[in-house]
Design a protein around this ligand. Structure first.
Ligand code: M6R
Length: 619
């Protein structure tokens, strides 16, 4: 699973600051265990540099690339087949050295094809599935007397799995052949140059016009002939839709923060406000959501809503279940997308499946909604990335509008997802009559106040949490506890900590503690307990007592002025009070800050934690 920017341009200067390598820096958040770049040098030669490690390592070894080029492509990798190493890095070359490929995805039948190619005399320098594909293209050209783009097309018809690929051929200077199935691929249209990348971030400063290639399509791109798109299956011509990019450069830069994650934590008052903008109209007493306008009755008549998602988005889904069941009284089930698709679930055309995904590209979530659609369900997508695969595949949906999230640990996308789910639940509850007008007005007024409360919580807790984080740098385990709406918030707090600090952390419903995890508690065990006043407070007081009786170290998240839990806590983080159903949005902020600073003090690369990638486009 890998990422690539490539370029067809009028004249490209090959320097460490060149467009391709800078583009890789922008995409590095999506995968970062090795990197490579290839350009057309003089005399139709390829100049190739690749290395295990980060794009910064590639920069240092590609300084001696010289001259100018018209076509180049680069790649930053998250290993699927073969360990991160120089030889497994992309680009990969065909046996005759004429064809170069970069690839994001997995070729699932690579083994069978590799065996066939080995029988035909091909050799392999890497363990990757990608090298099999590039040699298959060579084999097709060698044996079937077809031109380069046709050979790519024939080869793609032989593979299954997921891919976004870019291919160059030495004998076809100035030409890129690209194709996609399952993995995203955007083509930027500049004045006298074209760009190809997994998302638009590498080329946003050069053009605002882009084409998002559809699944099953391929394109040839050259200055001479422009962009020609065809269906991989039958070569039929496709008329592309050119879109205007809304992304700005500022949105994808750090803006003075040390890490994207910290920037994104601090963006939350704005991102939540943006999520509600034009939708939550308190003065008019309405919630307007274009995405469900035509489907309100479908929603209210649904026998069941199934939420599918992964990771943080799955945690948001759990809170969505509480919200929708409480306010709209529609039964909800929340499923890990990866489990759902493989367990032959019962789905009918009376079900609505909500897919939640920041990236909109998560392979497991995509596969889950494909299955659900096949079985007749209506698909509603909640995505952050505009025009992502899941958003386009859905029958209807709502964007979170949190802006680009670059830090691998999801922060502002999570709170934006909770905001959308709150809007959806309240809208449905109002529409189907389960929520009285008085309650509806009270809740939307509360929701409207959340961005300001987040501003307050950032201002009032940041320094305190930053300071207390020092005391936990050497911790080996953490427990996170919450009840009701804040149980999923506890799961999310634990996920944040483990993914960026590598400290083992578990989230639990507070009352479940006594059924097992309590055995772990001693004076070395930090326990984060989310205990807002509204939400089973008395029960939580008892849970804290049980922890203190075993000498656990309590970090409590309580409302301002709290007395009981605070009195028993070793560390007290105060947050403003809100309705119970919105409290996970507010409580998540100090949990994000805590995870962030513990990871910073441990010297971890917060934005690019080991083994992870921002969008997981493989199963
Ligand atoms: O893009 P998605 O929301 O579909 O991604 C799902 C998970 O991969 C993602 O939430 C992951 O768990 C994050 N690293 C969490 O911070």
């Amino acid at each position: 699973y890998e990422i690539m920017p490539s370029l067809v341009g009028s004249e490209m200067c090959i320097r460490d600051s060149d467009i391709v390598v800078n583009g890789l820096k922008r995409l590095e958040y999506r995968g970062y265990d090795s990197a490579g770049v290839i350009v057309e040098g003089g005399d139709n030669n390829f100049e190739l540099k690749k290395t295990k490690g980060k794009v910064a390592d590639l920069v240092s070894i590609s300084k001696d690339l010289e001259g100018t080029a018209h076509v180049g492509m680069g790649h930053t990798r998250w290993a699927t087949h073969g360990v991160p190493s120089d030889r497994n890095s992309h680009p990969h070359l065909s046996n005759n050295g004429k064809i170069a490929i970069i690839h994001n995805g997995i070729i699932e039948n690579y083994d069978t094809i590799k065996t066939m190619l080995i029988e035909k005399g091909f050799t392999f320098a890497s363990d990757t599935d990608t090298e099999v594909l590039v040699n298959l293209i060579q084999y097709v050209m060698d044996t079937q007397n077809v031109d380069f783009p046709t050979a790519v097309r024939y080869a793609l018809n032989e593979v299954y799995g997921a891919y976004a690929i870019t291919v160059m051929h030495k004998d076809h200077p100035g030409l890129l052949v690209v194709g996609r199935l399952g993995s995203p691929l955007a083509i930027g249209i500049g004045e006298d140059e074209y760009f190809v990348a997994s998302d638009a971030s590498p080329f946003v400063e050069f053009t605002k016009e882009a084409i998002y290639l559809e699944d099953g399509h391929m394109a040839t791109i050259s200055l001479e002939k422009g962009i020609e798109i065809r269906a991989i299956v039958d070569n039929s011509v496709v008329i592309p839709e050119v879109q205007e990019l809304k992304l700005s450069l500022e949105q994808i830069e750090k803006g003075g923060y040390e890490h994207f994650m910290l920037k994104e934590i601090f963006e939350q008052p704005k991102s939540i406000h943006d999520t509600m903008r034009g939708r939550l109209l308190v003065d008019e007493g309405i919630i307007k959501m274009a995405g469900i306008w035509d489907y309100l009755d479908k929603f209210t008549k649904a026998e069941r809503i199934i939420i599918v998602a992964c990771g943080t988005s799955w945690h948001a889904g759990l809170i969505g279940e509480y919200l929708i069941e409480e306010f709209a009284r529609i039964p909800v089930e929340v499923e890990y997308a990866s489990e759902f698709r493989y367990r032959n679930p019962i789905i009918t055309n009376k079900d609505i499946v909500i897919a939640i995904s920041q990236s909109g590209e998560t392979a497991d979530t995509m596969a889950a909604i494909k299955l659900a659609k096949e079985r007749g369900a209506f698909i509603f997508g909640i995505c952050n990335v505009v025009d992502s695969s899941i958003s386009r595949f859905s029958d209807a949906g709502a964007y979170t509008h949190a802006g680009p999230e670059i830090g691998v640990a999801s922060t502002k996308a999570f709170t934006a997802q909770l905001t959308i789910l709150s809007l959806l639940a309240l809208k449905l509850g109002k529409h189907n009559g389960n929520l009285s007008n008085v309650d509806f007005m009270r809740l939307i007024t509360e929701l409207d106040a959340i961005p300001k409360k987040i501003e307050d919580v950032l201002a009032s807790t940041h320094d305190y949490v930053k300071n207390m984080a020092k005391d936990f740098v050497s911790a080996s385990n953490f427990l996170y506890l919450g009840r009701g709406y804040n149980f999923p918030a506890a799961l999310e707090g634990a996920l944040k900590l483990k993914e960026i600090s590598y400290i083992h952390a578990e989230g639990y419903p507070a009352a479940e503690m006594k059924h097992g995890p309590i055995a772990l508690i001693d004076e070395n065990m930090p326990i984060v307990i989310i205990a807002p006043r509204k939400g089973h407070y008395d029960k939580i007081v008892s849970n804290v007592q049980e922890i203190k009786a075993r000498k656990g170290k309590v970090i409590s998240i309580v409302n301002k002025g709290d007395e009981q839990v605070s009195a028993m806590s070793d560390y007290v983080i105060e947050i403003p009070e809100t309705s119970e159903c919105f409290s996970p949005i507010v409580a998540s902020i100090p949990l994000q800050i805590l995870a962030y600073y513990i990871a910073v003090y441990r010297g971890v690369n917060v934005d690019q934690p080991r083994n992870l990638a921002k969008s997981v486009t493989v199963e």
